[in-house]
Design a protein. Structure first.
Length: 265
């Protein structure tokens, strides 16, 4: 009998004792804390309030390293930004840490080759921010690129590479290291106890299939904003435990309010 994907519960049903244990709030960026490509005032206020309440706030994104450096430095309340789907992190003090397996000169040649292969196979356009990426190549995701195309694209790249999808981009990257790995590694110097007990201490909010490693890790404390429903076919059984009423930044604001209401020192 096949495994059934777990049902996502409304965010309002998270038990208070679970909320009171959370020490880290991690969130994706695009279509999770943003709406229509912009950071609304509600998100900036929520980030500031969460940080002021003593929570470690981490952004975990498929955006390039250059974005992470800026976001970690400028956004209030943010302690660390993990970029390129877990491969590099910047802390609020400006420190950069490269994450994942070591990469030599051959890696960058192979990354370029695999990126070209995927681009040509699907006639993709590079993202405007691809020039600022270190360890991935990224392309604009066509509206027609569905779960079946994502599965088929894995045959275009080498066995130790993968194609990962967000709500807006396609990422050609080394396999075997994703957002969950990057977040835990980045948190060790900041919140070692939380990094050691992620299922009790970390809540993550995301919106698409490049978040699935965190949904899989945080089986009791992961949240999808409502627009995640468009990508359920790509998540398989790796669904978040909870889902918000609102989409994108409105959904993130729901999570922030709930955590702040149950915050304990």
């Amino acid at each position: 009998m096949p495994n059934m994907a777990r049902a996502m519960q409304p965010i309002s049903s998270v038990p208070p004792q679970v909320l009171s244990r959370i020490r880290v709030l991690a969130a994706d960026i695009d279509d999770t804390i943003t709406s229509s490509g912009h950071l609304p005032a509600s998100t900036i206020e929520s980030l500031a309030d969460l940080g002021a309440a003593g929570l470690v706030v981490a952004l975990v994104t498929g955006r390039p390293a250059g974005w992470a450096q800026v976001l970690a430095s400028y956004l209030p309340g943010v302690s660390v930004a993990v970029a390129e789907n877990g491969l590099v992190a910047f802390y609020a003090d400006g420190k950069r840490v490269d994450l994942g397996p070591k990469r030599d000169a051959k890696f960058f040649v192979r990354l370029a080759e695999n990126g070209t292969r995927v681009r040509e196979a699907y006639r993709l356009e590079p993202t405007p921010d691809d020039a600022f990426r270190l360890f991935e190549r990224a392309f604009v995701r066509p509206a027609t690129f569905d779960a079946a195309a994502l599965a088929a694209s894995q045959r275009v790249v080498d066995p130790d590479f993968e194609v990962m999808a967000s709500s807006i981009h396609l990422h050609v990257r080394p396999g075997g290291w994703g957002k969950a790995d990057g977040l835990i590694a980045a948190l060790r110097p900041l919140a070692p106890e939380a990094a050691g007990t992620p299922e009790q201490s970390i809540m993550f909010v995301g919106d698409s299939s490049n978040d699935r490693s965190l949904f899989a890790l945080l089986t009791q404390t992961s949240v999808g904003v409502r627009n995640l429903e468009k990508f359920l076919g790509e998540l398989g059984d790796d669904r978040p435990a909870y889902i918000t009423r609102g989409e994108s930044a409105r959904g993130f604001a729901e999570v922030a309010r709930l955590l702040l209401e149950h915050r304990t020192v």
